[in-house]
Design a protein around this ligand. Sequence first.
Ligand code: FAD
Length: 509
Amino acid sequence: MLDTDVIIVGAGPTGLMLANELRLAGVRPLVLERHPHRRDTPKAGGVGGQILELLRYRGLLERFEAACPGPAPAPRFPFGGVHLDFTQLADPPMHALPLPQQHLERLLDERAAELEVDVLRGHEVTGISQDEAAVIVDVRGPDGLYQVSARYLVGCDGARSRVRDWAGIGFPGTVYPEVNRLAQVTLPGPVTVLGNGDLDIPGYGTIRAGFTRTDRGLFGLGSSPGATSVSLYTIEDESTEYDDDVPMTLSELQDSIHRVLGAHLPLAGSTRLSRFTFKARQAERYRAGRTMVAGDAAHLFPATGVAINAGMLDAVNLAWKLAADLHGWAPAGLLDTYHDERHLAGARTMLHAQAQVALRRGHDVAAEALREVFTELLADEQPLRRMGALVAGTDIRYPMPGTGHHPLTGTFAPDLTLHTDQGTTSVAHLMHPARPILLDLADREDLHETARDWRRRVDIHTAKTDDRPADSLLIRPDAHIAWAATIDEPADSAAPALREALSSWFGTP
Ligand SMILES: Cc1cc2nc3c(=O)[nH]c(=O)nc-3n(C[C@H](O)[C@H](O)[C@H](O)COP(=O)(O)OP(=O)(O)OC[C@H]3O[C@@H](n4cnc5c(N)ncnc54)[C@H](O)[C@@H]3O)c2cc1C
């Protein structure tokens, strides 16, 4: 007799999102987190990309927006020292929320409490073993050592994942010898912000607003005239490996500024101090037997602002597949599509993150020219949209079994406005419970009839929509389209194709 179905190691954004999605799918996971309290070291300053749309599809986006201390959505997004500036576009290809990670984790934790997820804090996983039937986990809790068993284990235990190592999953890649330090600081009386945003330091002179490149690295100053608080940023080439959970100090920041600029900048205090290094690593496999990895445990990207998106989307992709397996109706190979789909998505994120390294790190004339060419390109709408979709992860098209698919197959379902007998609704609204949906947009009796055999697993909705993209859409719980019927597709081809798609994603009826 196993203690639980799924053990999740780590209550970061990935682990909490996975737990919440599993609860929606009718599974009761156990989350084990080594820290006794929620994290207070500042990490991410925001979250952006496709996950925001997914949160909207779960009916959660409004509360995440309401918790943002800054304006949401953020109109500009960093891209390798250049910016993606969406302010000109009425319908930007990506959104970002300036939601600090502590707030994000608090909201996910509150949601977990609403869904009655068991989150045990102060419980550190110290070892795992697995066989064909189960995973046994060794835990050090407040009352001592104990063991707990489950059908599956998911390592959401971050960059230094031990679950990944215990499962024998390789994590190849590169560490860039570069340290980024980011802070929001208050200034002592004598230091003033001038009308143009520059800083005046008595006895030293001025420090320019914006970015300053020197032989020792990059310094950034964000300020507004007369403000007593400014944001500071340094990047230096340095090969020390820091632990992200060990906080940076004010004097460490001042030393870094001194090395980069040669200036001693007096500082009164700080409201945010954080440091990060850039690594480019991706797990060779996202699954080894009954153990899976997700989030930072599966990938580390050398670019800002993209990691949480990738990790939480891993969780959404994995949850319903694990649940299908636990409920006993998963078709053969379903769980392996987690690796196939999310490794592909991770590789796509790695592609643009590595390109950002090339853009950002060069200090010579050629690198300046590359940045200038990129800035010019990104002033045009089409490349800006293309780049926005790449960074957001909205251009991902998961590979689907078979051939001759509708162009929407494998993509994220568009949020169509739907007119039904009960009134107006939307795809986003129908996705709140995270259940598979057959959306019949052309009142096709043949497709209804086919799907009826799966009605305990797949909800069937009939609706009208303007400019219908297909006669019917089969949408998975992660909002990706598993199959679509082309407009007026004859019943003798559409119905068997739907039956095949239903079987390959949702098992034998
Ligand atoms: C300074 C900084 C700024 C960043 N800015 C951004 C940003 O703006 N946008 C963005 O998207 N990303 C950003 N990131 C990256 C982002 O913080 C991570 O991608 C994110 O935290 C990954 O979430 P996760 O849940 O996968 O892992 P983590 O958040 O690392 O969570 C892992 C959890 O597992 C727990 N754990 C580990 N081992 C064990 C064990 N053996 N037993 C039990 N529990 C264990 C840990 O205590 C931790 O709580 C930033 C990172 C840093 C350091």
